[in-house]
Design a protein around this ligand. Structure first.
Ligand code: G6P
Length: 606
């Protein structure tokens, strides 16, 4: 969702900020803005623009912005429509304070009314403007006093970058429940919502914790607590490379990220099997001490959880195992306690509902185990145990490589838990882990079929609706296939368990409906093929994704074969076909694939 960046240093701030904002585009936004401190006038020069950053950039080309300090923002509207006036940065009435904000201020109405009673005039409909007005109201020449007073009055979530017009050498930041990193480079210092925004300049970052205040000057960064006491933090080195956050030769980040899957799978699997950090954490978890396991997440992360449910159930035979949408789990007063293990899946580690689910689980005494891609994220920091998927930066809104690494991590967890619980022998454990290790090469071989998948997908743009069916583990991955397609192509889609077709969806099947059928469970293959027959006899066309080689294509049935694998791990292979299929359907429709309308990469608000 919203993204913020700030810079103070020896270089010209505006181009650095615009460039940083472009790296935050993936978070989803509908307007953007920048404020730089104009040294000659001691004033802020603010340019805000509804729409894309390119629109903001073209306005900037006619305004010379020469400054060494500035803040920028990409806004995803929550309070007030997307418009120039509602865009950030926001200023106080006297233009003494400029702020950018990511988050939601829940008590903004109350604060706004109080400030209005004191004669302060608001110009936008946003919750964020109240921060600028409040900051200016409290400002007495000491930026830290002001930040502490403001933070003490705000309810909700925030990552804030603040400049004061009479402090040309100070950029100040604070956060609560939304991410903020502080980047340190040899020409200046940064605040940013995420690492890719600063990677061009530095890979040295501090991860700010809640209610820590960062005071940035040209050549220094200092941290304080809410009592104004200095605190020391460790400077971390980010392993992501600049290349990994660039599109390179690819037309879209999504395609690049699909193609990176063999590598990131290999990295993740190694770290969890061969003595890496992840393995050490898996070894520590005393699975025998739990009598209930709950898996939760949002969007594709939830779908990874559905796959995990089938795998855990089959291998570990947990007596009580549930998979829940994090947005439901957080409000359902779940029956969990100290004997429960709650597994949280999240690429960003910042999804508001998943964070709330984690906190709810911890409050009830459960142990939390997170599977997260972003180091330093809230879930990574607050969970009891955290396994890191080594997918690298994922920029396309629709997840692909992070999802695949989540699956691999979940298989390894399932195998290791099953072995600890004596549900499988040592030999079986090694055999299953070797299936996991084989996945990257098999994914590679599917990626080599890209031309055939592209050709097939190019014929599918005509469909108004596309159904996905599967049984058991294939149903779980059908959910992800359907989500991927609708997210980026805007074609209506539903995933159904094959056996449920007759209870609803079959009424929607008519001449030339497309059904994508997935069949990799050998024991259920016959059943699924009956479903395929049923939809074909009602006029549907079918694309079958299967490892089973006994099906001949017809004029109504197209087949894409994937390599053989252990049934339960086959989602990692079928999903590659489904990702490429969705990508090329969307590409043929000319869709904005990396940034689909209304969607955000990191859903940091409810
Ligand atoms: C958004 C993204 C999805 C992602 C979901 C959960 O909807 O577009 O790709 O699966 O959020 O995000 P998380 O960062 O928690 O995995």
């Amino acid at each position: 969702m919203c993204g913020i960046i700030g810079y103070i240093g020896s270089e010209n701030a505006a181009p650095i900020i615009i460039e940083g904002l472009k790296k935050l585009e993936y978070r989803g936004y509908d307007s953007a803005g920048i404020a730089v401190y104009e040294e000659s006038t001691s004033q802020f020069n603010v340019v805000k623009q509804k729409g894309r950053i390119s629109a903001l950039e073209s306005r900037l080309s006619s305004i010379p912005l020469d400054s060494h300090m500035g803040i920028g923002h990409t806004r995803w509207a929550t309070h007030g429509e997307p418009s120039d006036i509602n865009s950030h940065p926001h200023l106080g009435n006297k233009s003494k304070i400029a702020i950018v904000h990511n988050g939601i201020i829940e008590n903004y109405k109350k604060l706004k009314e109080r400030l209005e009673r004191k004669g302060i005039v608001f110009v936008s409909q946003t919750d964020s403007e109240v921060i600028a007005q409040l900051a200016e109201y409290y400002y007495n020449g000491d930026p830290m006093d002001m930040v502490i007073k403001v933070a003490n009055r705000l309810e909700g979530s925030y990552a804030l970058g603040i400049m004061c017009a009479d402090q040309p050498d100070t950029l100040i930041a604070i956060k609560k429940d939304n991410p903020l990193i502080i980047g340190v480079s040899d020409h200046g210092n940064f605040i940013a919502s995420d690492v890719p925004a600063v990677l061009k300049h530095t890979n040295k970052v501090y991860y700010l914790d809640d209610k820590e205040i960062a005071v940035l000057k040209k050549g220094s960064v200092q941290f304080f607590n809410m009592d104004k006491e200095p605190i020391s933090k460790s400077l971390e080195t980010v392993t992501w490379t600049l290349d990994s956050a660039e599109k390179g030769e690819y037309q879209h980040f999504m395609l690049k990220e699909i193609m990176e899957q063999p590598k990131v799978l290999r990295d993740t699997i190694r770290s969890a099997i061969y003595g890496g950090d992840n393995q050490a954490i898996i070894d520590k978890i005393d699975i025998e001490s739990f009598n209930k396991v709950v898996v939760t997440g949002c969007g594709s992360a939830y779908n990874a959880g559905v796959v995990a449910k089938y795998v855990f159930e089959s291998l570990c035979r947990f007596p009580s195992l549930e998979v829940e949408l994090a947005s439901e789990f957080r409000y359902k007063d779940a029956v969990i306690d100290e004997k429960s293990l709650v597994i949280l899946i999240s690429q960003s580690g910042e999804t508001a509902d998943t964070i709330a689910a984690m906190r709810e689980a911890r409050a009830k005494g459960a142990t939390t185990l997170a599977i997260v891609n972003v180091v330093g994220s809230t879930i990574a920091k607050e969970s009891d145990y955290c396994l890191f998927t080594l997918a690298g930066p994922e920029i396309a809104v629709a997840t692909t490589k992070a999802f695949s690494t989540q699956l691999a991590m979940l298989y390894i967890l399932a195998v290791r838990f099953a072995a600890k619980l004596n549900k499988i022998t040592k030999e079986k454990e090694s055999e299953l882990l070797s299936y996991v290790e084989d996945l990257p090469a098999k994914v590679d071989s599917i990626l080599k079929q890209v031309d055939a998948i592209q050709k097939y997908a190019s014929t599918c743009v005509v469909y108004k609706s596309i159904f996905f069916i599967g049984r058991n583990i294939d149903y779980a991955i059908a959910l992800e296939g359907s989500l991927k397609l609708k997210e980026i192509s805007y074609i209506h889609s539903e995933a159904y368990a094959g056996g449920e077709l007759k209870h609803g969806t079959i009424s929607l099947i008519e001449e030339d409906t497309l059904v994508v059928a997935i069949s990799n469970c050998e024991r259920l293959h016959g059943k699924l093929m009956s479903n395929v027959e049923q939809v074909i006899s009602r006029g549907a066309k079918v694309l079958l994704v299967t490892k089973l080689k006994d099906v001949q294509p017809t004029d109504r049935l197209s087949v894409i074969n994937i390599p053989d694998s252990f049934d339960l791990f086959s989602p990692s292979l079928s999903v590659i076909v489904l990702q490429l299929f969705s990508y090329y359907v969307a590409a043929n429709k000319g869709a904005n694939i990396d940034k689909p309308r209304n969607l955000a990469k990191s859903v940091t608000v409810e």
